[in-house]
Design a binder for this molecule. Sequence first.
Ligand SMILES: *Cc1c(COP(=O)(O)O)cnc(C)c1O
Length: 223
Amino acid sequence: MYPVRDEITKLLAELPSGVKLVAVSKYHPAEYIAEAYEVGQRIFGESHVQELRAKVEVLPKDIEWHFIGHLQTNKVKYIAPFVSLIESVDSERLITEINKQAFKCGRTIGILLELHIAKEESKSGFSLDECTALLDSDVKNRYPNVRICGLMMMGSNTDDEAQLESEFKQASDYFNTLKSRYFHDDDSFAERSWGMSGDYPIAIRQHSTLIRIGTKIFGPRIY
Ligand SMILES: *Cc1c(COP(=O)(O)O)cnc(C)c1O
């Protein structure tokens, strides 16, 4: 078994205050999550609805589950009763559905707006213009069972540190713009989710508050 406990303990020790770890456990068995839980980890990220539901059944109830993958609107209902934060919100259709399902459960669900800043076409998310247009349309007040808690993005899949740094900086600067323009009186707009196993030190330099780490904690994923 991969040394999950050692890896996560090392990682937690090196995180500056104000940065929270999302342990990305997709494709890893529930036993690995339980190991991380035992050393104090409580936030886990998953990207597939079926897999997440199976894990929720067998794991402790005080885990905060973050959904980080592409979410189809017809699947929102399966995670709405328990999910803590949906990080990968990339359309208003999805916001509408999250609001509807959250209302049915008597909950308010936190979301992050996913930005598309990386070079790759394959990545999803709002362009900065689309995101600004959405906020200009008063999205904040039109969905009472949704709380917009911040922004999420994935850096390009590259070793070019200058490139990654400039992408994270763009996200961070944009967060500040949105904060002052739309959320200056709203403390819940606070999260900046960027940084993965390969690039999280750079993301932290660019004011990330949530880093999403899989491989470094749990080892390679077996598909
Ligand atoms: C899988 C995944 C991660 C974790 O990636 P690692 O390189 O294994 O740390 C982070 N964010 C998202 C959105 C992912 O899908």
